[in-house]
Design a binder for this molecule. Structure first.
Ligand code: SER
Ligand code: ZN
Length: 504
């Protein structure tokens, strides 16, 4: 895809530009076109690709400019370079630059750009397609240009064109390891069996379960195994991460690029004043129904989402800081609450829920420290699944979770960065269930949250999500409900199953 930028702008000065000022402008334009705009441009780039002032004129206190460019010293970059130059050139004539007004900003894209790749956002005023060109007229302020809005729009269109090229392609998936096969002793569906035994019951919300004492004994046994075999020996410390992620967190984490169909949104009351809410409460008292429409008018936000990926809300803890070498690699984990995803419709078992429980392990340091920790974790998990839980499982390199959660498919450019999914075999459905992952997330989080390390080296991070519902689903699907058939490591930690509820 080739891109061409053209802008028209008025530079408003504090006073009328006289003949002397005019010649200063002339000299500045020559200097800009001849030298200033070529700075940093590689040799051999054709001149029409480089930003240049194609027209200028003066009327009273206004200097009118037309700038065009291809991909080098883009028209708006050229404008800002020129702003500095002309500012000091006319300063000598006692003229101060007061304001820049962008009159027109046109982006012309040449190549295979389908209409659906053009975003529907307010900056794009009109779209015209002719003879293989797509012409976008943008409505932008100087501030928007400083925020690189045109560049971001072009990048977004490139991404959309590329994503359409993936069309139909599935997520990346590449087998890394497969455990020995296990004897199949049980073929039931664990959710059905747990529900029949009243170990679990649907909560009142979508994709939500209330867990009785018995499955929680399993959750806690698995947590104990994770603690004893992974968290303690590898030296992770417990923290508590917030469970409400603001737009700021989700913007820095990249989730704001695409997670909208899958999050639970969080709103806040417009005011704490009870009088403001009295009619709502009265309506309920009289009808027994919560008046949702009345609520809509009385709430602000959404201000963010309920915890979705669990690790992003940790990062503000170190945001803007430089971490000492003696702290590296930082190794922490959180198991303080639920994660929430608006899953696709239908009723699923505990392996696919809107509200779930996960231990989230996070680490960061140098590139080497980060990738080595991922390997150590993989080693520890392999031992746990093979020797303690005795599962039939496999793992595969997949589309990194942070890409998937931004709505992207395919692999990530760099081999060392990515997600390994751990999958367990489910005899009842003859399918594989992803029950946890380990990821090296590269510099994405340290960059997004502006975290540095003392040595000045590149900082990388990783995370690993251990889904307790999914461990339970995988374990019960393979091992069944008779503790006599369970591996010793689990039986020991579960103890006797608590039958608290009996019903008439
Ligand atoms: N944060 C990662 C994820 O959401 C690991 O739990 O998959
Ligand atoms: Zn994570």
């Amino acid at each position: 895809m080739h891109v061409h930028f053209a802008l028209k702008a008025d530079l408003c000065f504090s006073n009328e530009l006289g003949p002397d000022a005019r010649s200063a402008v002339d000299a500045a334009v020559k200097e800009a076109n001849g030298r200033l705009f070529c700075k940093g441009v590689p040799r051999g780039v054709p001149p029409e690709e480089i930003g240049r002032i194609t027209l200028w004129d003066v009327e009273e206190n206004i200097l009118f400019l037309e700038i065009e460019s291809g991909g080098y010293t883009r028209a708006h970059d050229a404008l800002f370079r020129f702003r500095k130059l002309i500012g000091s050139a006319l300063g000598k004539h006692h003229l101060g630059l007061r304001e820049i007004r962008v009159r027109e900003f046109r982006v012309t894209l040449t190549g295979d750009v389908m209409e659906s790749a053009i975003p529907r956002i307010p900056f794009i005023q009109s779209v015209k397609c002719d003879e293989g060109n797509v012409v976008l007229d943008l409505q932008v302020t100087t501030q928007d240009l400083e925020n690189r809005v045109p560049d971001r729009i072009v990048k977004l269109i490139e991404e959309k064109v590329q994503a359409a090229g993936y069309g139909g392609k599935t997520e990346h998936w590449e087998l890394l390891y497969e455990s020995p096969k296990k004897e199949r002793t049980y073929t039931g569906n664990p959710t059905d069996e747990m529900a029949a035994r009243h170990w679990i019951r649907h909560g009142s919300s979508r994709g939500q379960w209330i867990y009785g004492p018995q499955p929680i004994q399993l959750f806690r046994a698995f947590t104990a195994i994770v603690e004893e075999e992974i968290i303690k020996p590898l030296g992770f410390s417990e923290m508590v991460f917030p469970k409400l992620d603001t737009w700021d967190v989700l913007s820095r984490s990249g989730h704001a690029k695409g997670v909208y169909p899958e999050i639970y949104y969080v709103c806040i009351p417009k005011t704490r004043d009870p009088a403001f809410w009295e009619d709502v409460a009265d309506y309920f008292k009289v009808t027994g129904e919560v008046p949702v429409e009345m609520l809509r008018e009385r709430i602000d936000g959404p201000i963010g989402a309920l915890c979705y990926a669990q690790c992003p809300s940790f990062w503000p803890f170190v945001q803007g800081r430089t971490v000492a070498n003696s702290s590296l690699p930082v190794k922490i984990f959180d198991r303080s609450g639920t994660s929430h995803r608006y899953e696709s419709g239908g009723i699923h078992g505990i392996e696919r829920v809107d509200e779930f429980h996960r231990i989230e392990i996070v680490w960061f340091g140098t590139v080497d420290q980060t990738t080595r920790m991922a390997e150590d974790l993989h080693g520890a998990y392999t031992r746990v699944f093979n020797e303690l839980l005795e599962l039939e499982w496999r793992c595969a390199k997949v589309t990194p979770w942070f890409m998937a959660q931004e709505g992207m498919v395919g692999a990530c450019g760099c081999d060392a960065v990515g997600t390994t999914d751990y999958e367990a075999y489910l005899p009842y459905s003859d399918a594989w269930l992803e029950f946890q992952n380990v990821s090296v997330n590269g510099d994405k989080y340290p960059k997004g949250f502006n975290v540095k390390i003392q040595s000045g080296e590149e900082c990388w991070s990783g995370c690993s999500g251990i889904g307790l519902e999914r461990w339970t689903a995988a374990f019960l699907a393979q091992k069944g409900f008779d503790p006599a058939e369970w591996p010793e490591a689990v039986v020991q930690r579960v103890g006797t199953l608590n039958e608290v509820f009996r019903f008439l």
